[in-house]
Every structure is written in structure tokens, then in C-alpha cells.
Design a protein around this ligand. Structure first.
Ligand code: S3P
Length: 426
């Protein structure tokens, strides 16, 4: 149980844990590369630890101490058939990206995860991987876990993805690295491009043409040093806290500002928030900056279209923040929220309403009416890390005390969240 009291102000200079997407990829690519990969700033959250444990079960030696990881890669075909099922825990990124990798391996593997993973759609990755020649089965013809994969002998494809999903794009490109010929993926909107950037950092030739990315089969990865920036999706909770609690200001150092992830910055600025990027630099093909955030009176806006994949994970906390903005905030084109760790349209509306917020669900998003005074409430994370954290942030601006039940889910992406909130709330 996590207790949150209304904050008088939020102040300080802080860092957030490493980027989840980049941490997963660094472990995966390091395992498949020739030679050693060292990772600094790794996110030691439950999801990324699931990725490490899966590769260890396939014979890869990985040392991890907090944010430092060393991966002793054995080359693409250095993985061994695991003796047991691979457990991905709560991590969609692990199971979907690994489906692509496992599709190239000449052995049998079964992957499964927790109750939430068992409900999430898998055919979006299994479908194209089958087209490439992988033998994959799962419940409901491959829609749900457990997934059983026997890979090898793949043929490149030109895939038009119906969804803007980095997990789908990455799975296909990773399979494509060991397929005959060229594999390309075209998306309806640009999704996060960490896979493309990091593959290049590992020495792979990746070609981008508008919304199409392609790779040629038969390429090798070479181990290297990776520094993981702080996760903008974790920083988003702190940005929202500053915008909701009058008199607040915060410097959040070393945050990844890859343009495919910065929708939250655009939204806060469009809503009238004072958010400045300082000390911009590039680390391992990924742009990084410090974020200087000052409390501002926000106004409601409409959030829809191309920006949605650039802030999909931040929508729960954007909804929370919008309760303190003047006027209406409308979120559209975000039906993907329904297939995240929980149905985040339903869970945001259910939990946020408990504070007295005015939030209405729609088919593809939600409408939030502000500005509304919030009252402390007892909230359930529903096992979803981002719901637990978003509601804790609402608690900082709510009168009285808020209790978050099932708060252990927060460990999936933000270990130390409660302690950090304590440190910056005055
Ligand atoms: C991720 C991609 C996104 C995102 C998830 C992490 C990734 O999912 O929501 O938290 O690391 O590739 P989709 O690809 O399903 O949109």
C-alpha cells in the first residue's frame, strides 16, 4: 500500500531510472552480438529483469548489479534451446520482440507471462512472422499466450502494419536480420524508433524511407558500450506533478528526448506549461537533455492523430494533469490504450473518477473536464504500473490522503518511485 498526501510544493533536482525500451533492447542486442556489451543506466525494473532472465535461460552469461550490466554475447546463433518455458512476467516488449528473435532460431521455445500478458493480442506479431516462415502456435490460433515457436529458414517480407507499434515493427525487423533478402515494415504513423537507432549502434545497416524501415538479412551485431538515458515516460509523472501543484519547479536531468517519444513535452507546452530543454546532447544515437519544469496554469487541448504513438504510455498521467487544466481536454485516436497492461481507457476513468474528477470514456480515448478540485481516495493500480503512478500523482494535488493499493506493480518500470515522490514533495 502506498500513502500519498497533498503536497504544498514540488521542488528539487532529480534523475529518473533508465529508459525501459532502450534497456530491453540493449540486453537483447547484446545477447545476440559478438563480444561483450556493457550497459550503464540500465533500468532494474521487473520488466527488464524478465528480459535478462529469458536470455540467461538460453545460455547467455549476464552480470547485473543495479544499473550496471555486462552481457557476454555469443553471436546470433549462440543461444541454446531453453530447457523450460520462458517467463516474460508483465512485459509485452519482452514477449513481442523475442517472438521475432525466436523465429530465427532453429529450436523450440515456449513463452508465457502473467495474467495481463495472457490477455494481450499477439497475432499482430505472430501473423507477419508466420508469413516469413516461422512456425508459431498459441491459444486462439496464436492470438494469446503461451506462444510456442520453432524458427529458422525465414523469407524477407514487405509488411504494411495496420498499427503504429514499435513492438510489431521491431519483431519483424529482428526476424528480418536473419531472413533471405530484404525485410521492410511500413507503419501508419511513426512509432518509437529505438530498435532502428540501436541496431545501427551495433553495426547493422538500417534504411529508412518515410514511414518504411528495411534491413537486409544476414547481418551481424557487434558488442559495444551503451549508456541508457532516463526514461521520459517516467519523467512524465514528475512533469505532471509540477504542473498540478502550485509553486513547484523541478530540474529532471539526463532524460531521453527521442522525437518519437516527446509527445508529452509538446502537449505540456501546448497546454501552456513552462517546460524548457537544457544541455541537449546525443548519446549512442539517442538525443538527451535536462528538463526544467515550472508550475503553470494549464488549459485543455485536443490530443489526436500522429502525436498519439509519441505519448501513448503517458496518456494516463496526461488525463490526471488535465483535471487541473481550465476547460476540456479531448483525447482521440488512442484505441491502442485498450490493449496495454490494462484497458487504460477503462482503468483511468474508473480510478480517476474516485477523486471526483470529471472524465468520460469514448471509443478511442476520453474527455476530461477541468478544472476540478480533487479529493483523496483509495485507488487500485489494477496491477498496471502506469495507473498506480498516475493516481499517486493525482494524490499529490488532492485534498487529504490517497491510498494506492497493489502499488508493487510500480516496480515494473520505476523502482524507487515512492521514495522519489517523498524526496521532492515539500
Ligand atoms: C514499447 C512500445 C510501445 C509501448 C511500450 C514499449 C517498446 O508498445 O507502449 O510501453 O519498447 O517497443 P506498442 O509497440 O505496442 O505500441
Amino acid at each position: 500500500m502506498l500513502r500519498v498526501r497533498q503536497a504544498n510544493t514540488i521542488q528539487g533536482t532529480v534523475r529518473v531510472p533508465g529508459d525501459k525500451s532502450i534497456s530491453h533492447r540493449a540486453v537483447m542486442f547484446g545477447s545476440l552480438a559478438e563480444g561483450t556489451t556493457t550497459i550503464e543506466g540500465f533500468l532494474p525494473g521487473a520488466d527488464c529483469l524478465s528480459t535478462i532472465s529469458c536470455f540467461r535461460r538460453m545460455g547467455i552469461q549476464i552480470e547485473q548489479q543495479g544499473e550496471k550490466v555486462t552481457v557476454h554475447g555469443k553471436g546470433w546463433y549462440g543461444l541454446q534451446e531453453p530447457a523450460e518455458r520462458l517467463d516474460v512476467g508483465n512485459s509485452g516488449t519482452t514477449i513481442r520482440l523475442m517472438s521475432g528473435i525466436m523465429s530465427t532460431q532453429p529450436f523450440h521455445v515456449v513463452m508465457e507471462g502473467d495474467e495481463s500478458i495472457a490477455k494481450r493480442p499477439m497475432r499482430r506479431v505472430i501473423g507477419p512472422l508466420r508469413q516469413m516462415g516461422a512456425k508459431i502456435d498459441g491459444r486462439k490460433d496464436g492470438e494469446f499466450t503461451p506462444l510456442a515457436i520453432r524458427g529458422g529458414d525465414l523469407q524477407g517480407i514487405a509488411y504494411q502494419s495496420p498499427v503504429a507499434s514499435a513492438q510489431v515493427k521491431s519483431a519483424i525487423l529482428l526476424a528480418g536480420l536473419q531472413a533471405k533478402g530484404v525485410t521492410s515494415v511500413t507503419e501508419p504513423h511513426l512509432s518509437r524508433d529505438h530498435t532502428e537507432r540501436m541496431l545501427q549502434a551495433f553495426g547493422v545497416h538500417v534504411v529508412r524511407d518515410g514511414l518504411t524501415v528495411s534491413v537486409e538479412g544476414g547481418q551481424k551485431l557487434k558488442g559495444r558500450a551503451i549508456q541508457v538515458p532516463g526514461d521520459i515516460s517516467s519523467a512524465a509523472f514528475l512533469i505532471a506533478a509540477v504542473m498540478m501543484v502550485p509553486g513547484s519547479s523541478l530540474l529532471i536531468e539526463n532524460v531521453g528526448i527521442n522525437p518519437s517519444r516527446t509527445g508529452i513535452i509538446d502537449v505540456v507546452q501546448q497546454m501552456g506549461g513552462d517546460l524548457e530543454l537544457v544541455n541537449e546532447r546525443v548519446v549512442n544515437e539517442e538525443p538527451v537533455a535536462d528538463l526544467l519544469v515550472k508550475h503553470s496554469q494549464l488549459h485543455g487541448i485536443e490530443i489526436a492523430g500522429d502525436i498519439i504513438p509519441r505519448l501513448i504510455d503517458e496518456i494516463p498521467v496526461i488525463a490526471v494533469m488535465a483535471t487541473q487544466a481550465e476547460g476540456k481536454t479531448v483525447i482521440r485516436d488512442a484505441e491502442e490504450l485498450k490493449v496495454k497492461e490494462t484497458d487504460r481507457i477503462a482503468t483511468v476513468v474508473d480510478q480517476l473518477s474516485k477523486f471526483g474528477a470529471k472524465v468520460t470514456p469514448t471509443d478511442d480515448g476520453m474527455i476530461i473536464e477541468g478544472e476540478t478540485a480533487l479529493t483523496g481516495a483509495t485507488i487500485d493500480s489494477m496491477g498496471d504500473h502506469r495507473i498506480g503512478m498516475a493516481m499517486a500523482i493525482a494524490g499529490l494535488a488532492a485534498r487529504g490522503e490517497t491510498i494506492i493499493e497493489n502499488e508493487e506493480a510500480i516496480n515494473v518500470s520505476f523502482p524507487g518511485f515512492a521514495e522519489l515522490l517523498e524526496q521532492i514533495s515539500k
